[in-house]
Write a protein that binds this ligand. Structure first.
Ligand code: NAD
Length: 380
């Protein structure tokens, strides 16, 4: 498909712009007070994880009188436990806070969203990983193993401050896995039923930025310009996640994580090349964009090679998955309504899972005509 054909093909779409302000740059944390003041906030509660309390205290100091406290109660969990959300909301009420500043990864930002859902308090987010949660109106809560997610505009952060210097402490392996997880948002946005020209441009640029920067970040984790490029890619990928409906890849990873208790980002790195090989055969515009972004004619192979360069896991076997469990995973995936550019039955999903289990080099597939699927719900 030529560039002209690809552009011509996308002349019918809906684009729902999300209302948020983004401020990006090295050292930008110093201007956080201006962002808080722009929103008219005078009594914010600073949120962080226990391990990052010192950073939370530094942020509170930076905000001076505009900060009323630090709640270092965010927990690494997928998604936020209800008890943590309730404790955060209670602290915000006790201090009569008028907003939150979340500094950290997806877990801390998830806590700000849970508080917003409970009380309507607006948030300013300062992401320190590549999760992309700060760009989405998606909340997630878990109680007694019951995971609930949903979309609500009230949880969308009002302002996001990206400072690449804050990501330097993120270990090389975590950065690489988190970055490929972000890349997965861009890949699935490109063939989403609600992709638009704006999202397609963002997704292609996200893939290009992440694929270029991540190997350099792994080689030299303290290189600020490469960290900036990776974070810019993560921002764009997060914006794609917030704007579109994710397909089979995200569904598979969600089920694998839930049923087999696998690490979130590493599951994405293993599965992505195999779902991409299957889906891109029915999504020529997405395949063309990814070829441009990743280099080479076969984007699925490029994703596999990127994982190898980044020394990330490439097989479910490496993650400790028993092959005998894969059929139940396929059943669970097909039991939920989902969206995908190509129809996938049990045998197909099982084949994808078996390839991911073995970590084979993905084979670019040709396949049946794309199926039209109605958009009923959005999910991540
Ligand atoms: P995380 O927020 O759980 O952070 C992992 C750990 O790394 C924490 O202990 C944290 O304190 C630490 N950390 C964070 N940044 C650091 C840094 N720069 N240096 C050193 N340590 C640092 O991990 P995550 O991957 O960012 O987020 C995962 C969570 O986000 C999951 O719950 C996932 O479901 C959720 N998520 C939600 C959305 C959404 O749209 N709702 C999108 C993506 C992810």
């Amino acid at each position: 498909m030529t560039d002209r054909e690809a552009a011509a093909a996308q002349t019918e779409f809906v684009y729902d712009a999300l209302p948020m302000r983004v401020s990006f740059g090295s050292g930008r944390l110093a201007h956080l007070g201006d962002e808080v003041a722009r929103l008219g906030l005078r009594r914010v509660l600073v949120l962080c994880t226990p391990g990052r309390r010192e950073l939370g205290e530094r942020v509170a100091e930076l905000l001076g009188d505009a900060a009323v406290g630090v709640f270092a109660g965010a927990r690494m969990h997928v998604p936020v436990p209800v008890a943590v959300a309730e404790a955060g909301a209670a602290e915000a009420r006790r201090l009569d806070a008028d907003g939150c500043v979340a500094i950290g990864g997806g877990s801390t930002i998830g806590l700000a969203k849970a508080i917003a859902r409970d009380s309507g308090l607006p948030s300013v987010c300062v992401p320190t990983t590549y999760s992309g949660s700060e760009m989405t109106p998606v909340w997630g809560l878990t109680e007694d193993g019951d995971k609930r997610t949903g979309r609500d505009p009230v949880v969308l952060p009002r302002s996001v401050v990206y400072d690449p210097e804050l990501t330097i402490g993120l270990a090389a392996h975590t950065s690489a896995a988190s970055g490929v997880n972000a890349l997965a948002h861009a890949v699935e946005a490109l063939y989403a039923p609600d992709v638009s020209p704006v999202v397609a441009l963002m997704a292609e640029e996200a893939a290009r930025s992440l694929a270029t920067a991540l190997p350099a970040v792994v080689r030299a984790p303290a290189d600020v310009p490469e960290r900036a490029l990776a974070l810019r890619g993560a921002w764009l990928a997060g914006a794609c996640l917030g704007a579109t409906t994710m397909s089979l890849h995200h569904k598979l990873c969600h089920v694998l994580g839930g049923l087999l208790d696998l690490p979130h980002a590493e599951t994405h790195t293993v599965v992505l090349p195999h779902v991409a090989a299957f889906n891109l055969a029915a999504a020529p515009r997405a395949a063309a964009a990814l070829s441009r972004a990743l280099g080479g004619a076969d984007p699925a192979r490029a994703l596999h090679d990127l994982n190898r360069t980044l020394e990330l896991p490439r097989s479910l076997a490496e993650l400790g998955v028993d092959r005998a469990d894969l059929s139940a995973v396929a059943d669970a995936v097909l039991a939920r309504p989902s969206i995908n550019p190509r129809q996938a039955d049990h045998d197909t999903v099982l084949r994808i899972l078996n390839d991911a289990w073995a970590g084979t080099v993905p084979k670019a597939a040709t396949g049946p005509t794309p199926v039209e699927v109605a958009i009923s719900t959005r999910s991540i």
